[in-house]
Design a protein around this ligand. Structure first.
Ligand SMILES: Nc1ncnc2c1ncn2[C@@H]1O[C@H](COP(=O)(O)OP(=O)(O)O)[C@@H](O)[C@H]1O
Ligand SMILES: [Mg+2]
Length: 331
């Protein structure tokens, strides 16, 4: 079972983009994948995958009601499947009020049971829901969470439930390597939750061509403290177009989505993009990240070949048998 929270403290490290692409990579490997969107803000994974029609309807059943043990329907009915075959538990506005709702529940229940509020297992609710009640491991090979970094209760619930982090990090101003920050982060989580938290890998993101950035990337590659299977370069055109295509980078390239100006307005449509080698290379890297997480971190059985069917251009095949074998050999 693959269970991952894509998280790092720094903002804007392409977490949602990475989660979406990671999810699709796992689907492409033949796995059943569920992604949970815990970010109530606009421009989240729910909008990227074009689901969550009822996210602003306070009456609608949603994940918060289930986490707080006051569901308005079946858990299965929360799940929506994206075009690309990813099951998504969409975001809902109620996620923004999670902590105040949780406080009410804690006040009520600890009052009834005459226990102290500190004794209430506030970070274990999502774990109980997903694994004990819903037994998601029966339905899925992989569950990923895109958390909201600021909503601490939900973030801690996510980490308690998943136990493993994939951490996208951006080059700092001068291209310094901030290893300490990550170690400290994992250590704090472990102490706070009294569990072991694994760091699957670090993903340097938005790495440009400047010397500082290249230097930064090299530092990461050379460290033994954690794995850095790939780095994600600056690919604004490709990644921004995901939001127009309503899907992953796989979809953008296969359907050749492009955003361009027409009569003074920005429009997006499929069949227009000229697919560049460097974009295919990035997609290959994104897939390699998925292969690494699936096989090196979680020892999953996967289909090691990626076949892209690019509109008007034909098939591109990428073989990851080497990656899988190296991972197994170095274990
Ligand atoms: N590799 C990349 N290069 C350049 N821009 C990117 C890249 N990946 C994502 N973006 C863009 O950066 C913005 C923020 O990405 P997002 O994944 O929402 O970040 P986060 O979830 O960490 O806040 C989006 O507009 C997205 O299209
Ligand atoms: Mg995000």
């Amino acid at each position: 079972m693959i269970t991952v929270v894509v998280y790092s403290e720094s903002g804007g490290t392409f977490k949602t983009t990475t989660t979406a692409n990671l999810a699709v990579s796992l689907v492409r490997m033949g796995l059943d994948v569920c992604v949970i969107d815990l970010d109530p803000q606009e421009g989240n994974l729910t909008s990227l995958f074009d689901v969550g029609e009822h996210r602003s309807d306070p009456e609608a059943d949603n994940l918060v009601k289930h986490i707080l043990e006051m569901p308005d329907g079946d858990f299965e009915d929360l799940v929506e499947t994206s075009d690309e075959g990813v099951d998504v538990i969409p975001s809902h506005d109620m996620l923004g009020d999670f902590t105040s709702n949780l406080e009410q529940k804690i006040a009520y229940e600890t009052g009834m049971k005459n226990m102290s509020k500190e004794e209430f297992p506030r970070f274990e609710l999502l774990y109980d829901l997903l694994w004990n009640e819903q037994e998601l491991h029966e339905d899925y090979d992989a569950v990923l969470i895109d958390p909201n970094a600021r909503a601490e209760d939900l973030l801690y619930n996510s980490i308690y439930a998943m136990r493993t982090l994939v951490a996208p990090v951006k080059p700092a101003g001068k291209g310094n390597l901030s290893l300490d920050g990550l170690d400290e982060l994992v250590g704090n989580m472990e102490r706070k939750l009294d569990i072991e938290v694994g760091l699957s890998c670090v993903v340097p993101s938005g790495v440009g061509q400047t010397n500082a950035h290249q230097q930064y990337s090299k530092q990461f590659k050379n460290t033994d403290e954690f794995a850095t299977p790939i780095a994600i370069p600056d690919r604004e055109s490709l990644m921004d177009t995901m939001w127009e295509a309503r899907g992953s980078a796989y979809k953008v390239l296969e359907e050749r989505w492009k955003t361009f100006e027409e009569d003074g307005e920005m429009v997006s449509s499929p069949g227009e993009r000229s697919v560049r080698d460097r974009e295919l290379e990035t997609l290959r890297d994104i897939h390699e990240l998925g292969v690494f997480v699936a096989t090196d971190t979680f020892d999953a059985q996967i289909d090691p070949e990626l076949v892209l069917d690019i509109q008007g251009r034909g098939e591109e095949r990428f073989d990851f048998r080497d990656v899988v074998e190296t991972e197994v050999a170095t274990q």
